[in-house]
Design a protein around this ligand. Sequence first.
Ligand code: UGA
Length: 432
Amino acid sequence: MATVAIVGAGHVGVVYAAGLAELGHTVRVVDIDAGRVARLRRGDVWFHEPGLGELLARGVDRARITFTTDYREALLGARFAFICVPTPSTADGALDDRMIRAALEAIRANLDGVTPIVVNKSTVPIGSGDLAREMLREAAIHVVSNPEFLAEGRALEDFFHPSRIVIGASDRAAADEVAALYAGVDAPILFMDNASAEFTKLAANSFLALKVSFANALARLSEAVGADVDAVAQAISLDPRIGPGHLRAGLGFGGSCLPKDVAAMAHVARTYDANPELFAAVQRINVEQRRRVVSHLTDRLGSLDGRRVALLGLAFKAGTDDVRDSPGLALALELLERRADLAVYDPLVRMDVTSNGFRARAVASALAAARGADALVLATDWPEFAHLDLVNLRRAMSGAVLVDGRGLVSPVDATRAGFDYFGFGRGGRPRD
Ligand code: UGA
């Protein structure tokens, strides 16, 4: 079993700490944020990830996980140094690697005789493996690119049962050592060079984003030709060459990964003038979805100034309390900018949404949001929103507009309950 230093106690770092400890390794997590480290030491995981708190506590109880702000302490005797720091977007869509560089610099300054294999888990600009190798050249350290494919809300499932493990390295022995860390995880391991591994991550997330935007493009056309996009998506998804995931039409993709990674891919495509329009279209279609909601509401209600809108869902998807780049949150801000009187309910996210002095009311239930509302908008695919008591909601509202931004409600049930229903790609014959 190995000793692993993990640099960065964010979502990825903490999941990897818990997962690697469960596989039997000793893990030392280092983060420059002392508050974060203190919370983790108390067993306080501040974000929602099913099962993570328990697994982390197990690792800590077995003395396999410790947390520190001291790089030297984390690296002492470590065979691996996992880099799990954020790479936000720059203004032009490129990935900002400043935190990667800072982490590498801190590793370099605190080696104290150890030569760990540096394992890059962060989503990085292509060529970061070379950059890291160059920065650590004097210490003759191997750099392995080993991107993560964890989806929020199911990160532990993805850790223990990944669809694949991708290992990019120029040194086969280092690659094999990293592969051995995952002994006990049943998944195909793909060996390649660093740049290919780095690019795989961008390619995977961009393709997921492309599927979502494709579904949304189909939705718009379905409305025009009188088809039902869910039926079409289901029918095409049974072809194994197409596959089932990420074909749900709706308000579009959000979160900390897909928007950022497709922006990074678009930046690479622009840099090399290689089909940039493909990725630009994925981004444009995505943003259009929320605009279509706003224009539907204006179409039905006229000016939104002072109109009461109930927005259900702020998290970027069900199963998480994450609002980073959330389509629901972006929609809330657009509605506030149009001076709508907004009430917001999310099962996990209780936050005040404010814009230019306007504030949305955070309420404790869907019904509370609906009271007196002119329009109801479903923005996140929470399962409970698929089982709303539509008749009750309609009675509580003063208007009848329902925008189903995630295809959760049957148009027939909604119409029966007295709603004026709109759902993406559901403008054709209503289904039962
Ligand atoms: C995504 C990838 O799915 C993971 O494989 C990857 O490891 C992760 O990014 C990452 O790079 O760290 P995640 O951000 O958790 O995971 O979100 P997804 O489950 O991919 O959903 C992204 C967005 O697309 C959400 O807003 C979701 O509501 C939307 N979506 C998803 C749709 O609109 N339609 C769909 O059919 C599926």
